[in-house]
Design a protein around this ligand. Structure first.
Ligand code: SF4
Length: 421
């Protein structure tokens, strides 16, 4: 029997393949693999798998993969589910690790993964985890847990640029590639200032969230401060962790720009419904961390009507938020061209006509005076509701003289810290 530890698991290549799979012996549970590696598989089942309960796994592989097709009986292993989540289609996706596997079956698995027939589907290399200062994110330390983002927001150039850069150098069948966290454990020094999750992905999108939990579990006990921005629902296990280390959370901002289902389905197809995100705010506020919302990007004439803005602010203030960060859409080059083709956005995109100069580049956005008046309006509503308004100064330096902050983070955290020290 071969057994393996976590370090070994990370070294395995992975292929996207579908095979029937069965779990357990007496009351067997059937499903289909989603992808497969030498260390385990992701599987789709009708019912949820119980995590960390050892079980038998039977992979019903086609005989052509066996050394002796006539006697082929597939692969048998012992393993356990390590995570399981409900999908939109009411089925469950689970991550299953092999705990023990006989050498012949392990060899067969390796052949499948490295088979020439499968070459075009193999993604063996993973991007390495890294911490870097991001000019577009207040020059903070920042970490992405995936290259690419499953939320697939139509306007998101940062995640696409990062994914294209990676795919230029590394052939990869998947659109979103989780990072290899191994280098985290070799870090000699922890970052000495706040770390932002995440500049070009969402730290709580499905493929990122377990890695994010692993990262936070390692870095928070070492005293690292985090600021988090997400459009996803943070899993319960991570909420518990954040609660324990709330003194190290500068702020959590949840992205909510519009309540309209059609708008959200078009622009943010992978993001959970807006009403779920609004409800989620209550849970986050209960942790005891400063929670805000982020309207970013705002599409003119789609998102910035008074009714939509006031409704969101009212609902989210009721759920306990303390700040709002809002920034108008800006874009450039082929990203701008692609969005301009969407007939639902024709009017809105006709407003994206003024050159603007975010830090580190040129782009187009709504006219500055239009932006100025809407931000003032937002600032007024926020004052009325007793919360703080800010916008991202990196994206519009000309707004320096305005009465609100151009740092779209919760800087009150440091005042509080000082007061309590
Ligand atoms: S959630 Fe954020 S990182 Fe992900 S696609 Fe949307 S804007 Fe981009």
């Amino acid at each position: 029997m071969i057994s393996m530890d976590n370090e070994e698991r990370r070294k395995f290549g992975r292929v996207k393949m579908t095979f029937p799979v069965e779990f357990g012996s007496s009351d067997s549970l059937k499903g289909e693999t989603f992808d497969l590696s030498g260390s385990g598989l992701r599987v789709i089942t009708k019912f949820s798998l119980t995590c960390f309960q050892k079980m038998k796994i039977y992979l019903n592989l086609p005989p052509c993969f066996s050394a002796d097709p006539e006697k082929a009986i597939g692969i048998k292993a012992n393993g356990c589910a390590v995570w399981s989540k409900k999908m939109k289609n009411q089925k469950y996706m689970s991550g299953v690790n092999f705990l023990e596997i006989v050498p012949e079956d392990f060899e067969m698995l390796q052949k499948i993964i490295h088979s020439d027939k499968m070459t075009s589907k193999i993604s063996t290399k993973k991007p390495e985890f890294k911490i870097s200062r991001e000019i577009h994110s207040c020059n903070m330390y920042a970490i992405d847990l995936t290259v690419g983002c499953e939320h697939k927001c139509l306007y998101c150039h940062f995640s696409t640029i990062k994914k294209n850069e990676w795919q230029k150098e590394n052939f990869c069948a998947t659109e979103v590639i989780p990072v290899d966290l191994a280098p985290l454990y070799r870090l000699k020094q922890m970052p000495d200032s706040v770390v932002y999750l995440s500049p070009s992905s969402d730290a709580f999108a499905p493929l990122a969230r377990d890695l994010t939990h692993e990262l936070l579990s390692y870095m928070l006990p070492k005293g690292v401060i985090f600021t988090i921005s997400t459009k996803a629902i943070i899993p319960q296990k991570t909420i518990k962790l954040l609660k324990k280390y709330k003194h190290l959370i500068e702020g959590i901002a949840v992205g909510i720009t519009n309540l309209d289902k059609d708008r959200n389905a078009l622009l943010e197809p992978g993001v959970p419904p807006a009403n779920e995100r609004i409800e989620h705010l209550k849970e986050l506020v209960e942790i005891g961390c400063p929670v805000g919302i982020r309207m970013d990007p705002i599409f003119p004439l789609v998102d910035d009507n008074d009714e939509n803005l006031e409704k969101i602010i009212k609902k989210t203030v009721k759920n306990g938020i303390v700040h709002l960060s809002a920034t108008y859409f800006f874009s450039f080059g082929k990203f701008l061209k692609e969005l301009s083709k969407k007939c639902e956005l024709t009017k809105s995109m006709s407003m994206i006509r003024e050159k603007s100069f975010p830090l580190g580049g040129k782009s187009f956005s709504v006219p500055l005076e239009y932006k100025r008046s809407k931000y003032l309006y937002l600032n007024d509503i926020c004052c009325k509701h007793g919360i703080k308004f800010h916008t991202c100064g990196c994206k519009q330096m000309e707004l320096r003289e305005e009465p609100y902050s151009l740092v779209c983070r919760n800087l009150d955290y440091y005042d509080e810290k000082e007061k309590n020290s």
